[in-house]
Design a protein. Structure first.
Length: 113
């Protein structure tokens, strides 16, 4: 049974690096935890961004909003494949996936064993 169960939880509650006068605004990005016997553990996926703003950081699109280096579409596509979804269905399920990965060409995050 343990090989057939995966816990997959995520948050898209990112924050900007700049203040709005009362704190910070909602930004992009967040964290995801994936657990289970089928998971290739001990990995941190994506890159921790530089915390510089504007011209100091290629991922800063303005106002301290950073572009994540790994999309949730990539994470959910890997999970979908583990559930048995056919690779040909991923473009329909995740229409933005091709902006982040060449899944049709076999590119995967490698979350599962």
């Amino acid at each position: 049974m343990a090989d057939r169960v995966v816990t997959f939880t995520g948050s898209d509650f990112g924050r900007t690096l700049t203040s709005n006068g009362n704190g910070t605004d909602h930004g992009w990005g967040g964290n995801t935890l994936v657990m289970g016997n089928a998971v290739k553990g001990g990995q941190i996926l994506g890159d921790y961004p530089e915390l510089g703003l504007a011209s100091d950081n290629a991922l800063d699109v303005g106002d301290g909003v950073l572009i994540p280096t790994t999309s949730t579409d990539q994470l959910y596509a890997d999970l979908s494949l583990w559930f048995g979804v056919q690779p040909s269905a991923l473009d329909t399920l995740f229409p933005n996936l091709n902006r982040f990965a060449d899944v049709a060409g076999g590119e995967r995050l490698g979350l599962f064993t």
